[in-house]
Design a protein around this ligand. Structure first.
Ligand code: AMP
Length: 289
């Protein structure tokens, strides 16, 4: 039996629109958190941010096929709807929008968002077409829900940047909010993909956070050379013997272009496969000068 405060579960755009019209009639500000499910505290932190700022909270759960490349984990991506709804019930979510694939990509779907320079480096290089799929799905969901504000995590820093850029360039009326990364007690960034890891690999995965911490410490100690910092970060990651590094990058936090020297706000970003599970993490490095 589900609890009383369970969100209304809606699977079609038509039903969603009816609920949104009713919420709007009550002049309620609508907050929206798009997710792919397998929810954890990171997602719930976004829900809480939405609840703080808005009167009516919508969470979508949709594993978006168009952002997965061939050979990626679309078919095995964790789908845990019952547990997700229980978690959302505890957070005062008003509506869970859980569409099927063909409700979002109807037959004949043939229009895509063309993303620009922010989508090119880092994950854009490693996962061709990924951000085109993300941007298209997010734009569609924003058009379906028409929220006042939508909430994203800094965990997917480049994704949030691509979405902020899209919202600005396409004059979207929704405010885009980006919330801090939620971590496990040992520092590993929470992620739905962490559940792929065996206990031993889960232990090794803390090298991602350790390497980001080291980068912060080096900058604090006065190191400004990006190559030196990246090399030291790699050493830490390689302590996990099966780690395969997709990238360890120090880039301008707005343009995502590589920096040689840490002068302004710099993003340290990494993507690493541990036991074949691809994990990403990042932090902002700030030099005091
Ligand atoms: P996903 O379900 O992985 O597509 O993530 C849905 C949203 O939750 C995205 O905006 C993510 O950036 C955000 N998110 C995922 N993990 C975390 C985390 N550990 N901390 C904060 N936000 C997160």
């Amino acid at each position: 039996m589900r609890r009383q405060d369970t969100p209304k579960l809606v699977a079609t755009v038509a039903r969603l629109r009816e609920e949104i019209v009713a919420a709007r009639r009550g002049k309620r500000a609508i907050g929206f958190v798009p997710t792919m499910g397998a929810l954890h505290e990171g997602h719930l932190s976004l829900v809480r941010a939405a609840r703080n700022e808005c009167d009516y909270t919508v969470v979508s759960i949709f594993v978006n096929p168009s952002q997965f490349g061939p050979g990626e984990d679309f078919s095995k991506y964790p789908r845990t709807l019952e547990a997700d709804l229980d978690l959302l019930a505890g957070c005062g979510v008003d509506l869970a929008f859980v569409p099927a694939g063909e409700e979002v990509y109807r037959p004949g779907h043939d229009t895509w968002v063309e993303v620009g320079a922010a989508a090119e480096p880092l994950d854009g290089q490693c996962r061709p077409g990924h951000f085109r799929g993300v941007a298209t799905a997010v734009l569609k969901l924003l058009n379906m829900v028409q929220p006042d504000a939508a909430y994203f995590g800094q965990k997917d820093y480049q994704q949030a940047l691509v979405i902020r850029r899209m919202a600005a360039d396409l004059d979207l009326p929704t405010a885009i909010r980006v919330c801090p990364i939620v971590r496990e007690p040992d520092g590993l960034a929470m992620s739905s993909r962490n559940r792929y890891l065996t206990p031993a690999a889960r232990q090794r995965a803390i090298v991602l956070w350790k390497s980001l911490q080291l980068a912060g410490e080096l900058v604090e100690q006065g190191e400004r050379d990006a190559r030196t910092i990246a090399a030291r970060m790699r050493e830490v990651i390689e302590i996990a013997e099966d780690a395969r590094i997709d990238y360890v990058a120090l880039v301008d936090s707005e343009t995502l272009q590589p920096v040689e020297t840490i002068a302004g706000p710099t993003l340290a970003a990494l993507a690493v496969k541990i036991e074949n599970t691809r994990l990403i993490d990042n932090c902002i490095l700030k030099s005091e000068e």
